[in-house]
Unconditional design. Structure first.
Lengths: 180, 270
């Protein structure tokens, strides 16, 4: 499909996605990937275990996405256990992301979303995080990155061989939502 | 008399700590992150069911100054703004912080997503095990790096301990360094061996190589000093090193290589 056609389809579809009265959305599939940078390693840990739901009412859509901390796999079980420990994943087993998308956002091809991320027993707010929507029939794909830092959640950056990782821990988000 | 006084003092202090309350404070915010004034905050003790209530100030801050130690379910709510429930553990004499962001009415909750209760349940005991495990493995890492020093020095001094150029002082220096390496090595190993295991976590990734190599250098670290002691005795008797003792150098080399490879297996990504 030509780009103009795609854009038109997205613009026609998004108001239905975001503004439909009492519409419900279910997270069909997702990949959430955190990235950690260390002088000796670049680590990516991914999870496909997120669940999510969206509820629209009076022109506002409230979304909730949650993922178990233990479900992230970096390819090394020892590292994953260290991550669960530093992020207090046994005490606070879920990462949750909440966002509210107003009806007016439907006119944009890039969604700038305010996010509440609850992680390690702390809540951090991220303003105007850009996400790219992609429309495929009755499904909505959304991708983007949340610019999280470990210190936003009072997490001490883990260390390898006494060298700590960088504070930045962006989370790459790829989600497919299905309208119910 | 002094020991009796000290014992009494210890007893009084421990009784005082046992009965000591903890505090819990934080900020309640609305969905947009702005402070929620006059929100009701309640703390319910999960063991006793006892409930405590307070209210946020104009800045959204709340504070429970005297909570009995234990696990609590914390619920914050404000009319027309939303509600939020979370968990907190209050320790005796400790100050815990918990910020809460209210969820708008009608918005999905965690219960709506279909996770099992086990997935949502907080497990402070497992967190304690994880903390202890990490602490012990960090010590394992640090001691492992420190051990590299005398290990390399032992390998370097081997030239003066065996062969044609060997001297009595060279053998003694090599033996002292080898003994120090072995002592540090087994201390290092004990921190990994006795670190708490976390059930339900299958080993995967480079750590498998690290563990497999540990069997090689672990066996080598037991055999090398024994063979070394045999070789040392033979040389001191003026004999040429023979029999099993002649394997000392080879076993030591394999041990050193396996040790280095184990270190690299957790350092280099592949």
């Amino acid at each position: 499909m030509p780009i103009a056609g795609k854009s038109l389809s997205a613009l026609l579809w998004l108001p239905a996605l975001l503004g439909a009265a009492d519409a419900q959305w279910i997270l069909e599939q997702s990949t959430l990937t955190y990235h950690i940078s260390h002088p000796l390693h670049q680590v990516d840990g991914a999870s496909h275990a997120a669940k999510g739901k969206g509820a629209c009412h009076e022109g506002q859509c409230d979304f909730l996405v949650a993922v178990p901390v233990k479900s992230f796999n970096s390819g090394d079980s020892n590292r994953d256990l260290h991550m669960i420990q530093v992020t207090r994943g046994a005490e606070f087993p879920m990462v949750t992301v909440r966002f509210r998308v107003p009806e007016s956002a439907a006119k944009q091809t890039t969604l700038n979303v305010d996010l509440d991320v609850e992680f390690a027993g702390q809540t951090a707010h991220y303003k105007q995080v850009p996400f790219q929507p992609a429309i495929r029939g009755n499904e909505a794909g959304i991708s983007g990155a949340i610019p999280t830092k470990m210190t936003d959640f009072k997490i001490t950056p883990p260390s390898l061989l006494a060298i700590p990782t960088k504070d930045e821990m962006p989370i790459r988000v790829e989600m497919t939502w299905r309208r119910m | 008399m002094l020991p009796v006084k000290s014992a009494l003092l210890c007893l009084l202090l421990s009784v005082g700590l046992y009965g000591q309350a903890g505090s819990l404070s934080g900020v309640v915010a609305g969905p947009a992150g702005t402070p929620a004034a006059n929100a009701k905050v309640s703390a319910k003790n999960r063991a006793t069911g006892q409930s405590f209530d307070t209210q946020t100030g104009s800045d959204g801050k709340y504070n429970f100054a005297d909570l009995p130690p234990g696990e609590y379910e914390i619920t914050a709510s404000a009319p027309d703004i939303g509600e939020k429930t979370s968990a907190a553990t209050v320790a005796a004499g400790g100050g815990q912080t918990l910020d809460l962001t209210l969820t708008p009415p009608g918005a999905p909750s965690l219960r709506d997503l279909g996770f099992t209760p086990d997935q949502l349940k907080s497990n402070p005991q497992e967190q304690v095990r994880l903390d202890k495990r990490t602490h012990m493995l960090k010590t394992h890492q640090k001691l492992g790096l420190i051990t590299t020093g005398p290990l390399i020095a032992t390998l370097i001094t081997s030239a003066r301990a065996g062969g044609r150029n060997s001297t009595s002082s060279g053998r003694e220096l090599h033996a002292i360094l080898g003994g120090s390496t072995a002592a540090l090595y087994f201390t290092t190993a004990s921190f990994a061996i006795f670190a708490p295991k976390i059930p339900g976590t299958p080993t995967r990734g480079p750590i498998r190589i690290h563990k497999a190599l540990a069997w090689v250098h672990g066996t080598g670290m037991v055999l090398t000093p024994i063979l070394g002691a045999m070789a040392y005795e033979q040389r001191n008797r003026g004999e040429k090193v023979h029999g099993l003792a002649s394997l000392h150098g080879g076993v030591a080399a394999v041990t050193g290589i396996a040790y280095g490879a184990a270190l690299l297996s957790v350092t280099i990504k592949f």
